[in-house]
Design a protein around this ligand. Structure first.
Ligand code: 6PG
Length: 229
């Protein structure tokens, strides 16, 4: 794997401009991937930051039939729970576009983190490398469900996560190396609450988000509030 991707930090005035830029980047990545190999393999992020991006994307007329959707992480909650990352993705994007259901690969976290992690590793194994991985960052520097101080077996493609500090404690997360096994990675960070961690990241402190790389391009788009002046 190339450990030296092109890395770009982009600061926008506010969270809507972040979403607009992110939406453009995703559309361009989709067009390029479909032209090159007929499919666009996209890993979606959970949390609240990407909601606006998904809503914007849902209004576009794109080659949806050739998109494949994965999730970077999932919360171990019943399938029907509105708090699952899959539910947020459905509500904002997937319920509104024509991506074939067989192209949508959710994490079966209702089975518990151990079983779900094993099954999802089998799912993604034949799909790597991804074309684009979208990620957010928590105020403690976590990304997906990779939390500071949590140690995982680096041979695993997908981790079962227990004792997560952000509820629920049980989660499933694609590993840092599999998230980095993507042509492009886009990390979006907004809000003043994240500024200190962005500063730590720039100071090369040891944070889960700082361990993510990409095969070609790693792009970080942040708003002014999250950006250290
Ligand atoms: C989750 C996420 C998590 C999220 C960050 C940022 O399950 O919540 O996958 O990694 O992306 O915590 O969350 P916000 O965008 O809500 O700040």
């Amino acid at each position: 794997m190339n450990n030296q991707p092109e890395k770009q930090w982009i600061v926008k005035s506010d969270s809507s401009s972040v979403a607009l830029d992110a939406c453009e980047l995703i559309k361009n990545a989709a067009e390029k991937a479909i032209k090159q190999h007929g499919v666009f393999k996209l890993v979606l992020a959970g949390g609240t930051t990407p909601e606006r991006i998904y809503t914007m994307l849902a209004k576009q007329s794109l080659d949806w039939a050739n998109w494949e959707i994965f999730l970077g992480d999932e919360r171990c909650l019943p399938e029907s729970s509105d708090d699952r990352n899959s539910k947020m993705a459905q509500r904002t994007l997937l319920d509104h576009v024509e991506i074939p259901s067989q192209n949508i690969f959710f994490i079966p976290s209702e089975l518990g983190s151990d079983i779900a992690a094993k099954q999802y590793a089998e799912t993604i194994q034949s799909k790597l490398p991804f074309d684009l991985v979208l990620l957010g960052m928590g105020e403690d520097g976590h990304t997906a469900s990779l939390f500071p101080g949590h140690v995982h077996d680096t041979n695993e493609l997908v981790h079962a996560v227990q004792d997560a500090p952000k509820p629920p404690a049980d989660r499933v997360s694609i590993s840092a190396s599999s998230l980095s096994n993507s042509q492009q990675v886009l990390i979006i960070v907004t809000g003043a609450g994240k500024k200190d961690r962005v500063e730590d990241w720039l100071d090369k402190k040891d944070l889960p988000v700082a361990g993510i790389t990409a095969l070609e391009t790693l792009t970080i788009i942040l708003d002014k509030d999250a950006s250290p002046s």
